[in-house]
Design a protein around this ligand. Sequence first.
Ligand code: ATP
Ligand code: MG
Length: 254
Amino acid sequence: MKVAISGKGGVGKTTFAANFARWLSQKGITVLAVDADPDASLGTILGISEDVLADLKPIVDMKELIEERMGGSGAYYSLNPMVDDILDDYCVTLGQLQFFRMGNIKGGGTSCYCKENSFLQALVNSLILGEQDTVILDMGAGIEQLTRGTALGVDVLVIVTEPSKVSIQTVKVIQKLALELGIPRAVVIGNKVRNLKEESFLRDHFSAEELIGMIPYSDELLEMSINTGSDELPGGSLGVQLNTIYQRIVDEGR
Ligand SMILES: Nc1ncnc2c1ncn2[C@@H]1O[C@H](COP(=O)(O)OP(=O)(O)OP(=O)(O)O)[C@@H](O)[C@H]1O
Ligand SMILES: [Mg+2]
């Protein structure tokens, strides 16, 4: 299953992606967590040190390497035996979780992203991804990365939103794009919800089918940006709420 996380800047995409990835991996599922945000931060939130991240080669380079080896044919599907041995340079393994970074794609327009994303998609589809494995793509803020290439492989698009007008405007734009791109399912998660008023604000703007869950404003989640890399997932009632959302996404992807 492939899940892409999108939404307006700062709404909590990376925090959600990191927790979801950890939850899956603790359930014994192999997770490929991909930082597709040019302004990378998923690795840091997952607790990978700056040194390791600095040495980690981006997937964009793998594409070049593979093209080099393949003579630029783009025949990614026959690469299986060759990729395993080079994968280590491109991936940090944390138990059941494998972290990749997409890498900065400089200067290009949408077509440029599209190319890298199609490659990523071909890669995860044909080379690495087993039946149970899950790919989680932490997208950047904005929608420029949501191209046909990325969308192709995505089973569920999770759009994170705060209870604010500007944030839900972004959701609407992303929903429309998801539809155009043929993404089978786009769901909305309300994040940093502080009270009933904010809850009903979100409920007023989305159907029950769209809005699959809400996450309260929580100091514990806020602190994840300071105490990065903790193995412990939020417990208590927050944990229960989060688990319900994760399970819902897994079910949506079936
Ligand atoms: N439910 C929550 N309650 C309180 N704080 C939260 C919650 N979710 C996320 N945050 C905090 O909000 C800030 C932004 O979160 P995060 O980096 O995950 O957002 P983002 O959407 O990935 O941002 P960007 O668009 O910059 O990539 C962080 O400090 C994070 O700890
Ligand atoms: Mg982020």
